[in-house]
Design a protein around this ligand. Structure first.
Ligand SMILES: [Zn+2]
Length: 210
């Protein structure tokens, strides 16, 4: 089972992704069995010589400005793990890239999420790395890749942005395919901005109390 979820963790390899723009609206693709059933999800960072307080603050700011705007669920803590346990355990490693366990399957996995180090962005625009952080927290909320939906349009195969990305058949789709989702490798440009479909999806997954 663990290998299955490691596969579901899905490395964020965005190389070679071409631009696909669309004006169509809403959608999402997620695993309902891994939705969190509590409102506060603790987060901690493994100590890493390449990561400083600045990186932790950037990650929290990006989550505050995106997912936290639309749901009551809160990622909390954001300190170093040290001897403490947390629901989400984060490490940074540029060699590994971005990845995350899906939703509550994160618990007990250390790390449950890899992020790339923002201080060494190589040749890529900072927006690419910030996109990656918001994307991985989408996985941590239970969302899987939009471009791996069974109803993804065939014409995007030509663009090459999902080469090797097979269809997942065991998720729950919400409305139509969303080419602009932050969970879609085919989204362009890579910026840390939720689509209207991402917002509709997360509100559907975690409805507010009132
Ligand atoms: Zn991903």
């Amino acid at each position: 089972m663990k290998m299955y979820f490691l596969i579901m963790a899905i490395l964020l390899s965005l190389f070679g992704c071409n631009a696909i723009e669309s004006t169509s609206s809403s959608k999402g693709y997620y695993l309902s069995r891994w939705l969190w059933n509590k409102k506060e999800i603790s987060v901690c960072f493994l100590r890493n010589p390449t990561m400083q307080d600045q990186e932790r603050a950037i990650v929290k700011r990006l989550v505050d400005s995106t997912w936290h705007q639309h749901i009551d669920l809160r990622f909390t803590g954001w300190g170093y793990c040290d001897s403490k346990d947390a629901d989400i355990t984060i490490d940074m490693d540029n060699a590994i890239g971005g990845s995350s366990f899906v939703g509550s399957s994160s618990v007990g996995n250390k790390p449950s999420m890899y992020l790339q180090n923002l201080r060494n962005p190589s040749s890529r625009n900072i927006g690419y790395y910030e996109f990656g952080i918001v994307h991985e927290f989408g996985h941590a909320l239970g969302i899987i890749h939009e471009h791996q939906r069974p109803d993804r349009p065939a014409d995007e195969e030509i663009a090459g942005c999902r080469n090797g990305q097979t269809i997942h058949i065991n998720g729950e789709t919400f409305k139509e395919y969303d080419p602009n989702s932050i969970m879609n490798y085919c989204k362009q440009p890579y910026l840390p901005i939720l689509s209207a479909g991402d917002i509709a999806t997360i509100k559907h997954m975690y409805p507010r109390d009132n």
